[in-house]
Design a protein around this ligand. Structure first.
Ligand code: HEM
Length: 461
């Protein structure tokens, strides 16, 4: 197989799904590895994968080696879990053993193990519990999460109205609306869509999201040592991150100046309060660095995912106009969301040795014919009951499962519901090509499936 730059790029994008350790439990240290294709030195199994369609390659390997197999990506060894049964038996049935997060060097250099998504052990537990509790409290607070999202949905509606049905690419606007929800939670207020510092913030988040998945970001993950000495676009990730860090620090200082412990206004205030309460405890996990990284996690995990899901959802609704029309007729449109699927690295423990990186293929769960009749067909009925309400399906794992299940699932569902319904109640989304010509295959599949860029008209109803 010929490795061109493009091939390498796609291949490395595929890698972005990966990497994590098994939790080191003594009795598992001498576990055995499941079968898998024979690796080449240094390259591992890279040449056995169709880099243009990693998802298909990984599924095909599972047909040959079974639902749990060993794969080498470059020098990295990992165990791949494919299909509902294998993923569920690991993440749900052995939740504790699979609760660790493995090393993603590009992210570790930024986070230094701070924050939630990349930390492990006690620190992860404490910070995750705090973040969940704080988000929950916002749900009940004076200005609830729902109100904040409603406000943003109205602003998004206004921006769409300003387009006066002219064709446009909604990518940046959607990212702004979604990032604003996190801004409102973290900083206490949203930004105007034209605000210079907000444009910079969203630009930095978007650029880093792309750079993480780029061949450079992925090369850094595979060869962190040599790559940190080399010039190249991957260094921009760290520069961007530093800018973002300064941005958050500035906001933290502003919050400190007007801080009232009796009246926390937002996530930063709640964190500052916790810092104050624990400032005599040298082992406390609440300090400025963990505050910055937790904020960073909320932005990164919460902006790209929801905006990509919205963008994909709008595209699907234009491809299937009868479903768009049905959603517009429904007084309470269903809360089932089209999925932006992500494969997450996890620690695995059961059979392989501790410290093994494990890749549960979440998309394979949704493609499992044992769980869904005709899984390749877009069919909202998979997740709706006959009356149109949301039907909980065990094999719905867009937010993963087990102990590391998405921390923002509740927020994401609420955002998707309110943003989709607000837009659909006010506008009919009209494609610039015939629905049958809309290509819904992903442009790229890295941490998630990215839809192809498109333009639409938002025509007032
Ligand atoms: C459609 C939207 C979203 C999808 C599909 C999604 C999906 C996921 C998935 C698959 C994971 C990985 C779980 C694992 O390790 O197995 C995850 C983790 C995470 N998500 Fe989300 N997510 C979404 C929205 C959000 C939002 C809005 C937030 C912000 C509050 C968020 C915050 C996080 C965090 C902090 C983690 C790391 C949790 C941990 O490691 O303990 N996500 N998400």
């Amino acid at each position: 197989m010929e490795i061109t730059a493009a091939t390498l790029l796609l291949l490395l994008l595929g890698l972005s799904c990966l990497v994590v350790h098994l939790r080191g439990k003594g009795q598992r240290k001498r576990g055995c590895l499941p079968p898998g294709p024979r690796p080449l030195p240094l390259l591992g199994n890279l040449l056995q994968l169709d880099t243009k369609d990693m998802a298909k390659s990984l599924l095909m390997l599972s047909e040959r080696y079974g639902p749990v197999y060993t794969l080498h990506l470059g020098p990295q060894r990992m165990v791949v879990l494919c299909g509902y049964q294998a993923v569920k038996e690991a993440l749900v049935d052995q939740a504790e053993a699979f609760s660790g997060r493995g090393d993603l060097p590009v992210l570790f250099r930024l986070t230094q193990g701070n924050g939630i998504a990349l930390s492990n052990g006690e620190k992860w537990k404490v910070l995750r519990r705090f973040a969940l509790q704080t988000l929950r409290n916002f749900g009940m607070g004076k200005r609830s999460l729902e109100e904040r999202i409603q406000q943003e949905a109205q602003c998004l509606g206004q921006e769409l109205a300003h387009t006066q049905s002219a064709p446009f690419d909604p990518t940046f606007l959607i990212s702004q609306a979604v990032a604003n929800v996190i801004c409102s939670i973290v900083f206490g207020d949203r930004f105007d869509y034209q605000d210079g510092s907000f444009l910079t913030l969203v630009g930095l988040i978007n650029q880093n999201a792309h750079l993480y998945s780029s061949p450079w970001g992925q090369m850094y993950n595979i060869f962190p040592g040599p790559m940190s000495c080399l010039p190249g676009p991957h260094n921009r990730i760290f520069e961007n991150f530093e800018q973002l860090r300064q941005f958050v620090l500035e906001r933290v200082k502003m919050h400190q100046e007007s801080f009232d412990p009796n009246c926390p206004r937002d996530f930063i205030d709640c964190f500052l309060l916790k810092m104050e309460q624990e400032n005599q405890d040298p082992l406390s996990y609440f300090h400025t660095e963990t505050l910055v990284m937790t904020t960073h996690n909320l932005f990164f995990a919460g902006t790209e995912t929801v905006s990509t899901t919205l963008r994909y959802g709008f595209l699907l609704l234009m491809k299937y106009p009868e479903i768009q029309a049905r959603s517009q007729r429904s007084p309470a449109p269903d809360r089932a969301c089209p999925c932006c699927l992500r494969d997450q690295p996890r620690c695995q423990a059961a059979l392989p040795p501790s410290g093994t990186n494990v890749l549960p293929l979440l998309f394979s769960v949704h493609n499992d014919p044992a769980q869904f009749k005709d899984p390749a067909t877009f069919d909202p009925a998979h997740f709706l009951d006959p009356s149109g309400g949301f039907r909980k399906h065990d094999a719905f794992m867009a937010f993963s499962a087990g102990k590391r299940v998405c921390l923002g699932e509740g927020l994401a569902r609420m955002e998707l519901f309110l943003l989709f319904t607000t837009v659909l109640q006010r506008f009919t989304l009209t494609p610039l090509v015939r629905p049958e010509d809309i290509d819904i295959s992903p442009l790229m599949s890295g941490l998630g499936n990215m839809p192809r860029p498109y333009e639409f008209r938002a025509v007032p109803r």
